[in-house]
Design a protein around this ligand. Structure first.
Ligand SMILES: NC(=O)C1=CN([C@@H]2O[C@H](COP(=O)(O)OP(=O)(O)OC[C@H]3O[C@@H](n4cnc5c(N)ncnc54)[C@H](OP(=O)(O)O)[C@@H]3O)[C@@H](O)[C@H]2O)C=CC1
Ligand SMILES: O=C([O-])CC(=O)C(=O)O
Length: 253
């Protein structure tokens, strides 16, 4: 599998450092609006930095988007129209219903697949199973340190309380997980975002209720030093999903 990456920041660097060249996965093409970042990563991976997305499209089997929701909106359709699979980190963009339907239809028409790794949250496996019955309630409470949210506060403060579609608009690079949960639950979930000077982790608490019963998950994620908005677990989930394409045994939904 030849892989191209769009967005050469915290997640992409972790993927490359972990996978490099593994049997069956060759991460070869790198694109970023900052060409230097693409070149640095290409150098580490012994790959190729490209100056426009089209330069990788006839050469890859899968593109990993690890850039931004706006980037995803620009690149998803041209990638899928070529029948290339797409792994999406900036899931928040998919809260735009029209865009999500377009992505869905284009993928189906061109026999491409779209994957969204579980990212920085815990519990999507259970939600997928739970969605066989009815899910009646789902919420996410996210607590991050001021530097993760780009705020300066002395005391904890609720920055946002509302629905996921609004959360991803207001905090596009901090709360993609709300979109993953919403898509898995098939509802616009309730979201609360708290800035808290007492935490140094990215904390995500998920509550889901439905026919199956109810569950709560809580993760206290180590943020990347280079980008404290993003949790290490998010990059790890992408790596695990990439590796799963080569595995013949799978556990969990
Ligand atoms: N699903 C999940 O659970 C999670 C998702 N994420 C999301 O994943 C994405 C990547 O995260 P992360 O690696 O931490 O981000 P980084 O900011 O560390 O890296 C992203 C890179 O992509 C570049 N970029 C942004 N927009 C474009 C564009 N339109 N075209 C080309 N390059 C672009 C950025 O440049 P510049 O610096 O100039 O913007 C930067 O170099 C983000 O959208 C983030 O919000 C993060 C954590 C969890
Ligand atoms: O990494 C995290 O903790 C969550 C995050 O930034 C996102 O969902 O966009």
């Amino acid at each position: 599998m030849i892989v191209g990456i769009v967005g050469c920041g915290a997640i992409a660097n972790t993927i490359v450092n972990e996978i490099m060249s593994e049997e069956g996965i060759e991460i070869k093409y790198f694109y970023d609006r900052d060409i230097e970042r693409a070149e640095n990563l290409a150098h580490i991976a012994n790959g190729i930095a490209i100056i426009k997305l089209e330069d990788m499209l006839d050469k890859v089997d899968l593109v990993v988007e690890a850039a931004s929701p706006i980037a995803l909106k620009n690149i998803a359709i041209p990638i899928l129209e070529k029948g290339i699979d797409l792994m999406v980190m900036s899931v928040g963009a998919l809260m735009d219903k029209e865009f999500r339907e377009n992505v869905h239809n284009t993928a189906r028409k061109h026999k491409a697949k779209v994957y969204a790794p579980s990212g920085a949250i815990v519990g999507l496996d259970g939600i997928k199973a739970a969605s066989i019955g009815k899910i009646t309630q789902a919420s996410l409470t996210t607590r991050k340190a001021p530097k993760s949210l780009g705020r300066e506060v002395e005391e904890e403060e609720i920055l946002f309380e509302g629905k996921a579609h609004e959360a991803v608009e207001k905090f596009p690079v901090n709360i993609n997980v709300a979109a993953s949960l919403s898509i898995a639950c098939n509802m616009d979930i309730d979201v609360k975002i708290i800035v808290d000077p007492k935490v140094d982790r990215n904390v995500h608490e998920v509550l889901v209720k439905g026919d199956f019963g109810e569950f709560r998950t809580s993760s206290e994620n180590v943020p990347f030093a280079a980008n404290p908005k993003t949790s290490m677990l998010a990059a790890f989930s992408a790596i695990k999903l990439l590796r799963s394409f080569n595995e013949s045994f799978s556990v969990g939904t």
